[in-house]
Design a protein around this ligand. Structure first.
Ligand SMILES: Nc1ncnc2c1ncn2[C@@H]1O[C@H](COP(=O)(O)OP(=O)(O)OP(=O)(O)O)[C@@H](O)[C@H]1O
Ligand SMILES: [Mg+2]
Length: 565
């Protein structure tokens, strides 16, 4: 073995760069964070060739003093912390004093800056960390950092760069994260000489609409919760905003975009009862807490964090989000009602003013004589599928099967949470042919089945009978349901079926029980369904995440008929 040697400074920086500067997008992230730390009000990002040729970030922040310019490029040099105590309560994005040094070691980097009180600006350039002299430069207050030819001196690394379009995509995502994190700051993005994004300082809903689309914002609810030093706010997509890919899940902790398992899991649980299967939630959420309660010094890129009290954070986020997502129909968010797919009606419901939109049908504790209940009174049925009702605001349309499914599901869930689903003996047992494996599964899972409100017993060499079923299911296809449950139990085992797969299972049961479309209901039955919806959590969307009802206000109807113009 060779003798032990201290590595040269440049190599040390290049090794560090391996962790921090994964690709052009990481440079963009670091530079923008520096601008934010400098109190910038406006940040312009300019890219050439997806950032592989050039990344420039200009800001109007406090600037760097002429005599500090060369220090800014030095490793372990920072203006942001001075002690371990500072580190433990760090509130700035940066604190390692390493980003610029790392970037400089693998690129041609130049900084030009001017502080407000300085008579002139100054500039320094470095190539592979060999810094030149500080020179005077004409410029306004603020800083611009230009990074050219990333990895020009580390060919092995350069090979990992992907196509211009791919690197641009990553840069755009880094830009999007920063711009979502700070909607109070103006941002602009230019690529190959053309403006691609321009965002003024604006409210979050506007910023999110610009970056994630109007559809997301129109189908989201505002989240706002606070408890014991924790605050959660932002926009949570309803099931209508769900996507096939988990690419619109933004969590920020004290303004920093993070990928965190605790938070992701809490969100998944909050959404579990609304989204099944392949649908992925969309959200932009901000968690704020005392910086001392979260360690951001976990990974050089700082996208991971460690919470001091992870359990408390998990619980808080899960419940705050769950509450925001789970209103009963009586207090359903406007998003459900406002989804009038491109019709001009939608404008009336801009999420920016949720209070106004809610106004028409906020929770009314008990129906008063002169006011209709939130979902109104039924007028009739359309082709056995939809209920038409009238409330104070106007017209209500309800998908009765979807709504009933949700009601049954929530009922089953409540009784299961309380111990077991209540079974009701069937007058005539439902008998069905079964294979040996199904017979065995019925025997083995007798207890789990009982917990789900089913009594299944072997009544012949290849025959099973259902003797009792949950009350709301008694009139339905009990044998079909029993078959499906047995299949689930065989595939996943009782404990999993009753825990992690519980929601899917209850949804299956509810589907078997719910009133089928094409069934004629009498008005009292329809009204009973509406009243139940008002009392049921999450009744604004069915177990598969589709909406269960729409509101058309008198204003919407007037617009449809061009009245009052
Ligand atoms: N845009 C800017 N405006 C003002 N000062 C800046 C700017 N960019 C960098 N600086 C100064 O240069 C120093 C070094 O920046 P660098 O990004 O290398 O480290 P850091 O931000 O302190 O920590 P980290 O490595 O965690 O990012 C900063 O501490 C800051 O004082
Ligand atoms: Mg920094």
């Amino acid at each position: 073995m060779n003798a032990i040697r201290v590595l040269p400074e440049l190599l040390v920086s290049q090794i560090a760069a391996g962790e921090v500067v994964e690709r052009p997008a990481s440079v963009l992230k670091e530079l923008v964070e520096n601008s934010l730390d400098a109190g910038a009000r406006a940040i312009t990002v300019t890219l050439d060739q997806g950032g592989t040729r050039r990344i420039q970030v200009e800001d109007d922040g406090e600037g760097i003093a002429r005599e500090d310019l060369s220090l800014a490029l030095a490793r372990h040099a920072t203006s942001k912390i001075r002690s371990l105590q500072d580190l433990e309560g760090v509130a700035s994005m940066g604190f390692r004093g390493e980003a610029l040094a790392s970037i400089a070691s693998v690129s041609r980097l130049a900084i030009a800056s001017r502080r407000r009180d300085a008579a002139h600006g100054a500039r320094i350039a470095a190539e592979g960390a060999a810094a030149g002299e500080v020179e005077p430069a004409a410029r306004a207050q603020g800083t611009s950092v230009t990074v050219e030819d990333l990895y020009f001196n580390t060919p092995a690394r350069r090979k990992f760069l992907r196509s211009e379009a791919t690197e641009l995509g990553h840069c755009d995502e880094a830009f999007r994260r920063a711009a979502l994190a700070r909607c109070d700051v103006a941002f602009a993005l230019r690529h190959n000489g053309r403006a691609s994004r321009h965002l003024r300082s604006q409210p979050l809903a506007e910023r999110a609409a610009a970056l994630l689309g109007e559809e997301f914002v129109n189908a989201s609810v505002a989240v706002q919760a606070q408890s014991a030093g924790l605050r959660l706010f932002g926009l949570a997509g309803t099931p209508q905003a769900a996507k096939t890919r988990a690419d619109a899940q933004y969590f920020f902790v004290n303004g920093r975009f993070v990928r965190d398992r605790v938070l992701a899991h809490a969100a998944r649980e909050a959404y579990a009862e609304l989204l099944h299967g392949e649908r992925q939630a969309a959200y932009v959420l901000f968690l704020e807490l005392d910086p001392r309660g979260v360690d951001v010094n976990v990974h050089p890129a700082k996208t991971e964090v460690r919470f001091r009290d992870a359990r408390a954070v998990h619980q808080f986020v899960r419940h705050a989000l769950g509450r925001a997502l789970a209103p009963s129909a009586a207090e359903a968010p406007v998003a459900y009602a406002a989804l009038s797919h491109g019709a001009p009606i939608q404008a009336a419901f801009a999420l920016a003013q949720p209070s106004r939109a809610y106004g028409a049908f906020t929770t009314i504790p008990a129906p008063q004589a002169d006011r209709a209940p939130p979902l109104g009174f039924a007028l009739g049925q359309v082709h056995g599928v939809y209920i038409v009702a009238q409330n104070d605001a106007g017209l209500v349309l309800v998908d009765m099967h979807a709504a009933h499914e949700r009601i049954v599901m929530e009922k089953l869930k409540k009784s299961l949470d309380a111990g077991a689903v209540q079974a009701q003996a069937l007058l005539v047992p439902a008998v069905f042919q079964a294979e040996a494996l199904e017979l065995a599964a019925a025997e083995e899972n007798r207890e789990a089945l009982a917990q789900l409100g089913l009594e299944v017993s072997v009544s012949g060499p290849n025959e099973l009978s259902v003797r009792a079923a949950p009350a709301p299911l008694a009139g339905g296809d009990v044998a079909g349901l029993a078959r499906e449950l047995l299949r689930e139990l065989r595939e996943y085992g009782a404990s999993q079926v009753l825990s992690s797969r519980q929601n899917e299972l209850l949804a299956t049961m509810a589907c078997h029980a719910a009133v089928r479309a094409n069934r004629a209901l009498a008005l009292p039955e329809m009204n009973a369904l509406l009243r139940e919806m008002e009392e049921t959590e999450r009744s604004g969307s069915c177990n598969h995440g589709r909406p269960t009802w729409y509101q058309l206000t008198m204003g919407d109807l007037d617009k449809l008929f061009l009245r009052g113009r």
